[in-house]
Design a protein around this ligand. Structure first.
Ligand code: GAF
Length: 395
């Protein structure tokens, strides 16, 4: 096998010292600290999280960095390098859902949840710089939530565990942003370790690192960001979650995690055909996650391709959360040497991943770019990712 070259720093990445210096330029004094939290790709296990099932994500080498300094008053001042919006000042004594808008809903949402939990947070200045592309299905919002939650956990001595911080981020997403999401993204961002995927049981929050040394196997995971943006606060995501809850209710189980593949024929007789297909995706996807973990241990990453591709077919045909751009990315990658490929994340746009021998990488990239141009789609952004370290203090 041919060893892969390590991926370089993410475009636009700043060192912790640079983040700290930017903070000082903006707010006129040095921060109390700097924290980072990564985005993620999900290797397999989609929409299984809120069905109390299994997921296998890994953090990617693109992350959100926040520098924070506590203030003596009740004012929050926030600045992000995302857009040219300048400093946003918020009076924390009147913090409510209505005052948390745009990107500030993520850091302020986390602060709101922590305060609801009794963590005493007064005023603060916060600078955010992220290299996780937004709207690409790579958990840019969870990266912000987890960096901010880690910062205040440390600065305010809250003493919350990583699993508790996962739930803080999820509550911010559910209750403030309004997206009915599960714990996949925050878990990946907080629990990942360098060179590993995280195998997570979403019912118990038990997790274990699974070695994923792609480079040693001469493999690369390419992300194809289709540029079709998705929004989980509305529409399809919530509808899929509702279908799953209906399925569990009709089948008389706490969650679809409790349905086995052997029970699917019987379930078909009890459910309408659309709900049945939603249920079948979840039940088979849980099994594919377990199979992927087993195959990784026995035979390594070059043997998991068929499971990834089967997962995509299930999301396309049964869960119906793919789109023409994602299908084209997957099909083109497979036709040009990928061992497996699938959409990743919530769906309805966002990104696909492809597992590729390094020797085929250029061919796959070129073929996907040409296929998108040929179909009249917006040019995708294609880049390699490797399993990275989760949230931590860096300065
Ligand atoms: C989004 C959600 F935020 C996650 O909780 C998860 O449900 C995922 O979609 C689908 O697996 O990323």
């Amino acid at each position: 096998t041919q060893p892969a070259a390590p991926a370089g720093p993410a475009p636009g990445a700043l060192s912790p010292e640079e983040v700290s210096a930017r903070f000082t330029d903006i707010f006129g004094a040095a921060p109390d600290g700097v924290w980072t939290a990564p985005g993620r790709v999900n290797l397999i296990g989609e929409h299984t999280d809120y069905n109390e099932g299994f997921v296998l994500p890994f953090a990617i080498d693109r992350s959100a960095a926040v520098a924070v300094r506590l203030r003596d008053d009740k004012t929050a001042r926030l600045f992000s390098s995302y857009g040219d919006q300048g400093v946003v000042a918020v009076d924390l004594t009147t913090l409510s859902h209505g005052t948390m808008r745009g990107w500030t809903a993520y850091p302020l949402g986390v602060v709101w949840v922590l305060r609801q939990m009794g963590v005493e947070i007064g005023g603060f200045d916060l600078f955010l710089h992220s290299t996780v592309p937004t709207g690409a299905g790579l958990s840019s919002s969870a990266a912000i939530e987890c960096a901010v939650a880690s910062a205040f956990n440390d600065l305010c001595g809250a003493g919350l565990t990583a699993n508790e911080l996962v739930l803080v981020g999820q509550r911010a997403e559910n209750e403030v942003v309004g997206a009915p999401t599960g714990i996949l993204d925050q878990s990946a961002s907080l629990l990942s370790t360098d060179g590993h995927a995280v195998f997570l049981d979403c019912r118990t929050q038990e997790s274990k690192p699974v070695p994923l040394d792609l480079a040693a196997e001469g493999l690369v995971v390419l992300v194809v960001d289709t540029k079709v943006s998705h929004a989980h606060a509305t529409g399809g995501y919530a509808a899929r979650r509702a279908s799953c809850e209906l399925g569990a209710e009709v089948l008389g189980v706490q969650a679809l995690r409790d349905v086995t593949e052997a029970e699917l024929p019987e379930a078909a007789g009890l459910l309408d055909s659309e709900t049945f297909r939603r249920v079948r995706h979840i039940v088979t996807e849980d099994r594919r996650v377990l199979d992927t973990v087993a195959v990784l241990a026995d035979a390594g990453p070059s043997a998991i391709g068929a499971l990834l591709t089967a997962s995509h077919a299930s999301m396309r045909d049964d869960f119906e959360i793919s789109c023409p751009e994602l299908d084209l990315a997957v099909d083109t990658a497979l036709a040009n040497g990928a061992l497996g490929a699938r959409m990743t994340g919530g769906g309805f746009g966002g990104s696909a991943i492809a597992l590729i021998p390094v020797a085929e990488e250029a061919k796959v990239r070129d073929a996907v770019v040409r296929a998108f141009a040929g179909a009249g789609f917006t040019a995708p952004d294609i880049f390699a990712v490797s399993p990275a370290q989760g949230a931590r203090r860096v300065g």
